[in-house]
Write a protein that binds this ligand. Sequence first.
Ligand SMILES: *Cc1c(COP(=O)(O)O)cnc(C)c1O
Length: 463
Amino acid sequence: MAQTLKNLPQIQSLLTMPAIAALVAQYSHAEIVEALRKIIQDLRSTLLADATVPLPDFDSAEFAAQIAVAVEARRAPSLVPVINATGIIIHTNLARARLAPQALQAITTTAQSPSNLELDLATGKRGSRHSHVEKLICDLTGAEAAVVVNNCAAAVLLSLMATAAGRNVVASRGELIEIGGSFRLPDVIAQSGATLREVGATNKTRVGDYADAIDGDTAVLLKSHTSNFKIIGFTSAPDRRDLAKLARDRDVILMEDLGSGVLIDLAPYGLGDEPVVADILKSGVDLVMFSGDKLLGGPQAGIIAGRRDIVASLKAHPLMRAVRIDKLSLAALEATLRLYRPPFDPITDVPVLAMVAQSADVVERRAYALAHALKELGMQNVSVAQSISYVGAGSLPQQDLMSFAVAVQSPDLTAEALMAQLRKSTPPVIARIEREHVMLDVRTVSDWDVAILTAAFKRILTQ
Ligand SMILES: *Cc1c(COP(=O)(O)O)cnc(C)c1O
């Protein structure tokens, strides 16, 4: 075996071989050395396991091609666009909301040139980055004041830190949620320096429970939107107006973590359960926090809106600098918020909302177009099936949208193997499996993606 290991060439001698020297000229010395090291190391491990494995011909076109593939793979970006055929509109693993063209334009413009991010153009003095969206958010939500941070998790942490550090936060046992990525409300409250006082039971909490828990150390009553689960059956939670009255009477702050930020009524599109931010503030909640990239349809951001004095204290808090929104997200957020006002219509101009509002007919037609294209490729086991789409990202757990999927089976690949092949496509296609079929839900697929999907299947069929 030692003899075989000794037959492995040195990197330096490999580099003098004509086929490999040509690669150095085509790529770079550093990349080829890196790829060679990796290949030789892998060969060493292989030989240690089985000394009879034959060595490749190092000065051959085949070996050079193997190195070229490795170098190209290292050059390729890691973060790439994918086709979302899961039917989950705001899929956290697939980067949540896709942005409107206006938001993309704002990102490009802001990235390319200096901007008045923190300059007041009227006075020439230092301005605030918050000023660019505060009025828009106030107009759209009826809030007195607003401020924007990196994401909703940061919004909750900052709001609690600034109002309740060293004091008590009262929250219902039915609302101590965990969002994906181990954001657990009790942990966030602890991180803020506040102490959690749990009240009520998992399924029922009454105003009296909150009232009994308030004492001289209480700073905040915290409500949170149970956005990724639903308790059904024998349940009750207090009306916000009653809680708001209690908070005012006892001089504590009523705060609500909404998760998804819905700025318009989505009941006409089958999503009536999601509370509208303006209604929540109108019912007397002092401060709300919500995400920029869930149902609002913008970039990653955390929006905090409500009472002017509280927002002022957040703006002045030392943590603010650490959680502030960056300029590209801010540009995209402003552009997205403007789509909620004339001359735009958010239902058609905000892509996430357009996807929610798509009629089942449109989705069904797209499913038949895709099924037809796949059959044209000679695929046998292709059919259109009714499907259920979800909003996703911890929004509206119970509310499903009627959708359509193309169900596909391969004669020689299992559903898992076919899914793996689809993930290897360029762009990768992400779907789901149901009863041994790969299901391509087309509510989340755009019309122009149908041709790309078809090409992905063509490649799989012909390889
Ligand atoms: C999604 C969600 C969050 C976290 O929002 P991010 O923008 O992902 O940080 C917080 N609270 C609730 C209720 C949520 O649904």
